[in-house]
Design a protein. Structure first.
Length: 143
């Protein structure tokens, strides 16, 4: 069996070109996945938006409960606004405490702020009932 030059295997140039193309694709992929606006950044942003939406849902129910309690209670002074808000958040999943302005209830409406800590992620959100409609904002890390 006679072997002729130039017909067997791949050349060194083809191998180098293939490796360079693969490195370029790997660089693009890593940038796309790990950048702040990349795949992981977008996933984290979506998780935070979901947390805010869930807290907003519980706060909406607390607002409705406050109105119902106010208008159906014979002793409105016995209604403790913070306890009413806490009752609408699942125990263990969230910690609810008064914010900079303690939450209160008057004329069936909540006012003031509560700080909601998500147990699983330790993220802290402020629910401000003083605004209509109420707002939910994420607190900066380290607050």
């Amino acid at each position: 069996m006679k072997r002729t030059n130039g017909q067997g295997g791949i050349t060194l140039i083809a191998l180098v070109v293939t490796i360079v193309v693969l490195l370029i694709l790997a660089g693009i992929t890593i940038t796309y996945v790990l950048a702040d606006d990349g795949l992981f950044g977008k996933a984290q942003g979506a998780a935070e938006a979901q947390e805010k939406g869930t807290i907003s849902d519980y706060a909406t129910v607390a607002t409705s409960d406050a109105a119902a309690s106010w208008y159906t209670s014979t002793d409105t002074s016995a209604i403790v606004a913070l306890d009413l808000v806490k009752a609408n958040f699942p125990t263990g999943a969230y910690t609810v405490a008064n914010g900079d302005t303690p939450v209160s209830i008057a004329d069936g409406k909540l006012s003031g702020q509560v700080k909601v800590t998500v147990t699983k992620t330790s993220n802290v959100y402020t629910v401000d009932f003083s605004q209509s409609p109420f707002t939910v904002t994420a607190d900066e890390a380290g607050d």
